[in-house]
Write a protein that binds this ligand. Structure first.
Ligand SMILES: [Zn+2]
Length: 435
């Protein structure tokens, strides 16, 4: 995730130089930069803001539901606690950043305050999660799994990639305060501060007793899934995969003896078979397997056919029970295939973007808490609650009635393309419907 000021968005595949897409992108960046600088300068007139699968192939035959019990996951998209958020937490990193338009991470705090009003700092570690706490209390998920889109480090070895997200290790209590169990790390920011930054990230998370998947000191470690025990309910196994389409440089792939991420070479049949073998090696009867995958562009609702067929293969062939897709800055549609949910893009969850304009039509300030409930024993989806929230003043709040309706309608439209629908269920939440 990564919108910078202005929005030199390195997560988007770079268009060919001179192509219409490249020209359009340059125009967008230029306009965004002007808007951001006006915001910082307080200039007037630029108010910133702000088919059924083969059960045999997937090894599911013979699995029995266990007495109607269920297990609920909390999933979300990008948790970007670096840069501006880090500056607002109790132990900010050195503020210097190496972006085209801004030189201090603290400027992102100013942008947010200009958009939505000043707020007292430092923010408490729990504060940024705001209304999410109440919802976690209500739903009581068994596990909380996020895409952690930042390096957690004091490293100064920034890579010249336009945007570098960093959270100070002393701010890691902001993750434990949210009860996060597992961080997917195969994304395009975990190595922003070099291999040293990744190694410190891994050490910091381990010391905080936070499981992680998708990155490691070498390829074997990066490819190792997180195995999470839910007492009385079984194991949840989390694989985290990255793809180049999300902006991950290909040389970030972990090697036999070098640190990096679990980068899929492509979304081909051969790659699917490789993933299926890896799942088969670890999955036991009754296990629930989550494939957390960072893929695709930051903006747009379309689901590329290659992504969709790969997701189907993960369910049909690899025996994956939940496809947890992310990289888009906004929520995308959800499909249910053979009782397995496929989330193509979970959107942002925590970010410092509220002062940045330019893609307002996507409303990336509106975020979603995803609560799939799965049957213990079979892993089949039995219920799926979606709770919309809004990011404002660096914390999650309940959306207005209009904002809730906007997100409901947007999800209904996009889910409808994939054969599902959403319905309000009270308490400011939605439920997914599928056949
Ligand atoms: Zn990303």
């Amino acid at each position: 995730m990564c919108r910078s000021v202005i929005p030199a968005d390195v997560r988007e595949p770079t268009p060919r130089p001179g192509s219409p897409a490249a020209r359009s992108r340059r125009r967008f960046l230029k306009l965004s930069a002007i808007a951001a600088w006006r915001a910082l300068a307080g200039a007037s007139g630029a108010a910133p803001c702000s088919g059924p699968p083969s059960a045999e192939a997937s090894g599911r035959e013979g699995r029995r539901e266990t007495s109607g019990r269920s297990l609920t996951l909390f999933l979300c998209g990008d948790v970007m606690t670096g840069r501006g958020i880090d500056q607002a937490l109790p132990h900010p990193s050195a503020p210097e950043i190496h972006e085209r338009y801004l030189r201090s991470a603290a400027d992102y705090v100013k942008l947010a305050e200009t958009a939505n009003g000043a707020f007292a700092r430092p923010l408490g570690f729990s504060t940024i999660w705001g209304a999410a706490h109440e919802e976690w209390g209500r739903v009581a998920p068994d596990l909380r799994i996020v895409n952690l889109e930042t390096s957690v480090t004091t490293s100064h070895d920034w890579l010249p990639k336009g945007i570098n997200y960093r959270m100070h290790p002393a701010n890691v209590p902001c993750l434990t305060a949210a009860g996060i169990d597992c961080c997917a790390l195969a994304n395009n920011h975990v190595l922003d501060w070099g291999p040293a930054g990744l190694l410190e990230t891994l050490d910091t998370l381990r010391e905080a007793k936070l499981a992680s998947a998708g990155a490691g000191r070498n390829a074997a470690q990066a490819r190792r899934p997180a195995v999470l025990d839910v007492p009385g309910k079984g194991r949840v196994i989390v694989f985290a995969f990255g793809t180049a389409s999300s902006g991950i440089p290909t040389d970030w792939a972990a090697t036999a003896d070098g640190p990096g991420v679990d980068l899929l070479p492509d979304l081909s049949e051969a790659t699917l078979r490789s993933v299926a073998r890896r799942v088969r090696d670890v999955k036991r009867e009754g296990d629930i397997v989550v494939a957390s995958i960072h893929w695709g562009a930051n903006w747009g609702y379309d689901v590329p056919p290659r992504q969709r067929s790969f997701a189907h293969g993960l369910v049909d062939v690899a025996g994956v029970d939940v496809v947890h897709g992310h990289s888009s800055h906004h929520a995308k549609g959800i499909e249910v295939r053979a009782g397995r949910p496929i989330l193509y893009g979970c959107g942002d969850f925590i970010s410092d973007y509220e002062g940045i304009r330019g893609r307002d039509e996507y409303r990336d300030d509106l975020v979603v808490m995803y609560f799939p409930t799965l049957a213990v024993g079979t892993g089949r989806l039995v219920r799926f609650r979606l709770t919309p929230l809004r990011l404002r003043r660096f914390r999650l709040v309940r959306p207005s009635r209009q904002d809730f309706a906007w997100l409901r309608d947007t999800l209904a439209r996009e889910c409808g393309k994939l054969g599902t629908s959403v319905e309000p269920v009270g308490e400011g939440a939605l439920e997914l419907r599928w056949t």
